[in-house]
Design a protein around this ligand. Structure first.
Ligand code: AMP
Length: 193
C-alpha cells in the first residue's frame, strides 16, 4: 500500500506518517528528512540544499526524483511507502506515477491534511518558544518568515498537485486542525474504506 500525505509545512504529516508506519508496516519516506541527513553528513548535496531549504524554497525536481527513485528500491519499502513531503510539484507527481507503474505498483490514496495557515504560524511560534525555553536547537528553517515563504511555495508550486490527483480520483481530504487522534481516525477511515 502506497500513500501520499499532502499538506503545508506544519500540517502534521510527519506525526501521522509515524502512526501509519507502526499500524500498517509501511515505510515513511520524508524527502525533508533525507535532505537534512545530507546536510548533517556534510555531503555536496547537503551543502547545496541547506541555503535553499533555509530560504523556504524547493530543491530541484531532478535531485528529489533521483533520491526517491533510489530509496524505494530498498527492501524496507517492499510493503509500501508513506510519502511525506513528496511530491511537491506536478513533475514530481508525474515522475512518481511512472516509477510506481514501472514496478507494477500504484497509489492507494493521496490524503490532504487541510489546515488553517494562520493557526500554523501560531503553532510554530508556540513550538519555538517552548524549544527555546527548553534550551533545544532550533532548525534553520524554523522561523515565522521562512514558514510564511514555505506556505506561499505550497500554494504556488505544490497545491497544483491537488487537481492532478483529484482528476485521478485519488484525493481524500482530512480536517487537519483536529487533535492528533482525531486526524488519525479520519485517515484510518479512508484507508480501511
Ligand atoms: P519538509 O521537512 O518536508 O518540510 O522539507 C524541508 C525542506 O526540504 C523544504 O522546505 C524544501 O526546501 C526541501 N524539500 C523537501 N522535500 C522536497 C521536495 N519533495 N521537493 C523539493 N524540495 C523539498
Amino acid at each position: 500500500m502506497n500513500i501520499i500525505l499532502l499538506g503545508p509545512p506544519g500540517a502534521g504529516k510527519g506525526t501521522q506518517a509515524k502512526k501509519l508506519e507502526e499500524k500498517y508496516g509501511l515505510k515513511q519516506l520524508s524527502t525533508g528528512d533525507m535532505l537534512r541527513a545530507e546536510i548533517a553528513a556534510g555531503s555536496e548535496l547537503g551543502l547545496k540544499a541547506k541555503s535553499i531549504m533555509d530560504g523556504g524554497h524547493l530543491i530541484s525536481d531532478d535531485i528529489i526524483i533521483g533520491m526517491i527513485e533510489n530509496r524505494i528500491e530498498q527492501d524496507d519499502c517492499a510493503k509500501g511507502v508513506i510519502f511525506d513531503g513528496f511530491p511537491r510539484t506536478v513533475p514530481q507527481a508525474e515522475a512518481l506515477d511512472k516509477m510506481l507503474a514501472a514496478k507494477g505498483h500504484s497509489l492507494k490514496s493521496v490524503i490532504h491534511l487541510v489546515v488553517d495557515e494562520e493557526a500554523l504560524v501560531g503553532r510554530l511560534n508556540n513550538r519555538i518558544a517552548e524549544m527555546k525555553a527548553a534550551g533545544q536547537e532550533i532548525r534553520g528553517d524554523d522561523n515565522e518568515d521562512t514558514l510564511r515563504e514555505r506556505l506561499k511555495v505550497f500554494r504556488d508550486q505544490t497545491a497544483p498537485i491537488i487537481p492532478y490527483y483529484k482528476g485521478k480520483n485519488m484525493l481524500a481530504e482530512v480536517d487537519g486542525m483536529g487533535s492528533i487522534d482525531g486526524v488519525e481516525a479520519q485517515i484510518d477511515a479512508i484507508l480501511t474504506a
